[in-house]
Design a protein around this ligand. Structure first.
Ligand SMILES: [Zn+2]
Length: 114
C-alpha cells in the first residue's frame, strides 16, 4: 500500500498549494517518478482516484512522467542512460557504475489549478 500513502501525500501537498493560491480545485497534478523510485504507476493511478474523492482534487488528472536512470561513468567521464535497471553498467564501456545521477525522483513537477 505504498502507492496509497503516496497518493494521500500528493492530495495533502496539492491541497495546500490550492488553498494558498485560493484555487477552487485542482485540475492536474504532474508527478516525476524515477524508474528507481519503486512506484507502480498503475497502482498509483488507482490509489489517486481513491485518495482524491471528496477533496479539492476530486476528478483531477494525475500525469506521471517517468524519469530514466542516468549514471556517470568514471571510465568514459560521461553521462549515460541505463537501458535496463537490472544492469548497472555503462552502456558504452560496460564498466559497473554506481554513480546514479537521476532515476530516484519522486516529486511534483507542477500543479494545474482552477
Ligand atoms: Zn563508460
Amino acid at each position: 500500500m505504498h502507492e496509497l500513502s503516496l497518493a494521500t501525500h500528493l492530495v495533502e501537498l496539492a491541497g495546500q498549494t490550492a488553498s494558498r493560491e485560493r484555487a477552487q480545485r485542482v485540475l492536474t497534478v504532474k508527478l516525476r517518478v524515477g524508474l528507481l523510485a519503486d512506484v507502480s504507476v498503475e497502482a498509483l493511478q488507482f490509489a489517486y482516484e481513491v485518495a482524491t474523492a471528496d477533496t479539492l482534487l476530486a476528478g483531477s488528472r494525475l500525469e506521471v512522467e517517468e524519469v530514466p536512470v542516468t549514471v556517470f561513468c568514471e571510465q568514459c567521464q560521461t553521462e549515460a542512460v541505463l537501458p535496463s535497471i537490472q544492469n548497472f553498467r555503462c552502456p558504452e564501456c560496460n564498466m559497473p557504475t554506481e554513480n546514479v545521477l537521476s532515476g530516484r525522483e519522486l516529486e511534483i513537477a507542477w500543479i494545474e489549478l482552477e
